[in-house]
Design a protein around this ligand. Sequence first.
Ligand SMILES: NC(=O)c1ccc[n+]([C@@H]2O[C@H](COP(=O)([O-])OP(=O)(O)OC[C@H]3O[C@@H](n4cnc5c(N)ncnc54)[C@H](O)[C@@H]3O)[C@@H](O)[C@H]2O)c1
Ligand SMILES: O=c1ccn([C@@H]2O[C@H](COP(=O)(O)OP(=O)(O)O[C@H]3O[C@H](CO)[C@@H](O)[C@H](O)[C@H]3O)[C@@H](O)[C@H]2O)c(=O)[nH]1
Length: 480
Amino acid sequence: MAAKTTAEAPIRKICCIGAGYVGGPTCSILALKCPDIQVTVVDRNELRINQWNSEKLPIFEPGLEEIVKQCRGTNLFFSTDMVPALKEADLIFISVNTPTKTFGLGKGRAADLKFVESCARLIAEVCDRSKIIVEKSTVPVRSAASIVNVLKANTKPGVSYQVLSNPEFLAEGTAVNDLTNPDRVLIGGEESDEGRKAIDALSWVYHHWVPAEKIIKMNTWSSELSKLAANAFLAQRISSINAISAVCEATGADVSEVAKAIGLDSRLGPKFLQASVGWGGSCFQKDILNLVYISESLNLTSVAAYWQQVIDMNEYQKTRFGQRIVQAMFNTITDKHIAILGFAFKKNTGDTRESPAIYVAKHLLEEGACLHIFDPKVERVQILLDLDQSDEKTGVAIHEDPYEAAKGTHALVICTEWDQFSTYDYQRMYDSMLKPAFVFDGRKILNHSALSEIGFHVETIGKRPGESFQAQNWGGANNV
Ligand SMILES: NC(=O)c1ccc[n+]([C@@H]2O[C@H](COP(=O)([O-])OP(=O)(O)OC[C@H]3O[C@@H](n4cnc5c(N)ncnc54)[C@H](O)[C@@H]3O)[C@@H](O)[C@H]2O)c1
Ligand SMILES: O=c1ccn([C@@H]2O[C@H](COP(=O)(O)OP(=O)(O)O[C@H]3O[C@H](CO)[C@@H](O)[C@H](O)[C@H]3O)[C@@H](O)[C@H]2O)c(=O)[nH]1
């Protein structure tokens, strides 16, 4: 890729505030692809920084460890010492979390920008030369204006800032590939000479590895809104196929066949049509709630209601799945032992934020079940935290081996689409389980006919349960 020589380089040092799921992987790829740039990732969380500097990184992301090991100490640094890194940087990424507000105005919907604002205040307070500030966190449309205001009001004399919007589109579990081969890079900035210069400088950084035609320059508000809109569209697709899955279960259609048929339309395409127990993750819910809140604030009530429905459908799907487990197991799971396979919100990550597994597990616990949980990557302490449990004595046992988790249980519940789940020896599990032994496949990843042949009663999303169970479990709904 045609990057300029070091002598002409507009950017020599980058600082990124926030060493999380975005800051860490993004800066690792930046450092890998731009050996001429020094990248320092700072965070106020000392434990996180220590982990980035250790053998065991704070997040699991396929392929990331090798890259960090290659660059760390050369042109990639992780530090809690924020002030010198900010002062030295030509360009600063703000990659801090922007969670949903939990109190006050906009509670439960609006994005909380307190971390972004505190970054802007710190930058203005400590920096004594002009810099480019890049909003990488996902923020409400027009947030850059707030950052500009905070910077302007606190800036040292003779110092000026250009604020750019450069949202991140990586998905967890595929972050290395998404960052290495992005579908597009959006850069929004001010429509002025200074604004265009800043946009060009950030484009220059990306141009080290991203083809020019994939770097899209636009106005700041379009860039900010595009990020929220992209997540809303993605989640909407899953909610749409999940809505269809309910119709399939009530009619005898099979959602996999319907999804295939829909996806073959070249105008629609096959991706993001996998019906599931529901979508999770730290972004979709928070970003759609944010979009709903913005729409309401703009008096666009129909628009707000439209996007709210995407979330409501997801809640419905998670509830439906939980209820279906109880109904299928003769309407009671009190004191029954149930194995949950998968706790992360998707495969190839140890992240459990908004994982549907949490919802399903809590539902089963409320119904009196004893849970045996296995996930290849989620830490024991995280599972207990998510289930509000202080230890493993209260109906929750966490296992390091899937066969141990299954032993002595009445049912297996698949909550995450880990590839290895489809390779397990289910005959071995069946032999160690109580009978009748059930499988509830919330991800549609197992070979259901093979499981039925073993003797399992199999239930999955978007497909009617086996004939022998229909009358008892589905009543009138089957008579469509
Ligand atoms: N997780 C994803 O896959 C993903 C993808 C695209 C965009 N995003 C967006 O990127 C942003 C970051 O997400 P994340 O998942 O990396 O969050 P995260 O919680 O994993 O990491 C954020 C980090 O910022 C640090 N931080 C917060 N305030 C700070 C401050 N004032 N000074 C120093 N450090 C501070 C926190 O300690 C934390 O380590 C969010 O806006 C999110 O919506 C996330
Ligand atoms: O067909 C599908 C696809 C996904 N999912 C689920 O949807 C959730 C989200 O998956 P995915 O989008 O792959 O992961 P995220 O890491 O949450 O990434 C989303 O959120 C990020 C944060 O904003 C964006 O950067 C990404 O572009 C966007 O895909 C997970 O629970 C998946 O299991 C389904 O149920 N069916």
